[in-house]
Design a protein around this ligand. Structure first.
Ligand SMILES: Cc1ncc(COP(=O)(O)O)c(C=O)c1O
Length: 353
């Protein structure tokens, strides 16, 4: 709380979303077993985890799914299941896997080699760049991200995904999708997740961003792939026991929160519109597609970090994501009124510079 009684508005990330009452009730009542023990079909013994995995497989249109404790863990398992040490992986330089997760490419860890395709301003790979790499190089895996976090929640369409996957598949290269916010892309295009991700071989979807579950992500793919991924999860120490307690919140998140994401998109778009004419900042309004706004603060003459602390003193938390960019993200607890106040804070701060 600030002096004068005003609350701080926190737009750092949708990972701040809190579990709903329904989630907490489902967690309390969850039927559980030992998910670390497998039956003869290769499924764990926790019925709620199995139910969540079946729901995720159904939603993603894949044959199977594996419950993991985080998105980073699910991506790591995917890369280590698709590849072996020394393999080249083609991905975006600003992708979350490369920029934030890193472990697959650390020599002391995954030992994979990152190669970077060229992207358009929305973070979508240029198809010619993919063709060039795949023609000239020993690429073993292509990784995509939808929505694209560091580009501001931008979406890749079904057609774009299909065209890119087609090039990879022509050379028998599998495609993994970091779909931490794939439900946001699904809301943006108003098509089911399974249609958007149909051409990819594996995907990670996160429960703990705008969907609001406290923990968890699912890795989805073919049965044989998921069965190998389960072994990698165990090697990484990622097997859990009575994890039905958290899986129950994930079921509630998928079934009850996915449609609500459109409110977050609406709030982000409103805020962007209220600040876009300010000449101390630059916003690409066509990039504000889901629940994020990336603001270039360089016209203000301030670094992103200084801008971030200037806003914080006035009651608004944002996140600097480069020397000149700050990101703001909406989520369930952020209201329409919060958007008006956030816009006033940003505009008055800019006026003071
Ligand atoms: C695009 C993307 N992928 C993966 C992750 C990692 O998810 P987690 O925080 O659950 O490890 C994040 C987290 O913000 C993300 O934005």
């Amino acid at each position: 709380m600030l002096s004068g009684g005003d609350y701080i508005i926190d737009l750092r990330s949708d990972t701040l979303t809190k579990p709903t009452k329904e989630m907490r009730k489902a967690m309390f009542e969850a039927e559980v077993g030992d998910d670390g023990r497998e039956d003869n079909l290769g499924r764990g013994e926790d019925p709620t985890v199995n139910r969540l995995e079946d729901i995720a497989a159904e939603v993603s249109g894949k044959k199977a799914a594996l419950f993991c404790n985080s998105g980073a863990m699910a991506n790591l398992i995917a890369l280590l299941t698709h590849c072996t040490r020394g393999d080249n992986v083609l991905l975006g330089e600003t992708s979350h896997i490369n920029k934030s997760e890193k472990a697959p490419f650390m020599d002391s860890f995954g030992g994979l080699i990152p190669r970077f395709f060229v992207t358009d301003p929305f973070g979508t790979p240029e198809i010619n760049s993919i063709k060039q790499f795949i023609g000239d190089d020993e690429i073993k895996l292509l990784c995509l991200e939808n929505t694209n976090n560091f580009m501001g929640g931008t979406c890749m369409s079904k057609e774009q995904t299909k065209a890119i996957c087609h090039v990879a598949h022509e050379h028998a290269i599998p495609v993994h999708l970091d779909g931490a916010r794939i439900f946001n892309a699904s809301v943006y295009y108003d098509i089911p997740v399974k249609k958007l991700v149909e051409p990819v071989d594996s995907l990670m979807l996160s429960l703990s961003k705008g969907l609001g579950a406290p923990v968890g992500a699912l890795l989805c793919g073919e049965k044989e792939f998921i069965s190998r991924a389960r072994k990698v999860r165990k090697l990484l120490g990622g097997s859990m026991r009575q994890s039905g307690v958290v899986a129950a919140s994930g079921i509630s998140a998928i079934q009850q929160e996915a449609d609500r994401l459109k409110d977050d998109h609406d709030h982000a778009y409103r805020l962007a519109n209220m600040i876009m004419n300010n000449d101390k900042i630059d916003i690409r309004i066509d990039s504000v597609q889901t629940n994020m706004i990336v603001v270039d603060v360089s016209p203000s003459g301030q670094s992103a970090e200084t801008f971030e602390s200037g806003l914080l003193k006035r009651g608004l938390k944002v996140k600097s994501i480069s020397d000149r960019h700050v990101r703001m993200t909406t989520y369930r607890e952020i209201t329409r009124d919060n958007m008006i106040r956030a816009a006033n804070i940003i505009n008055s701060y800019c006026d003071s510079l």
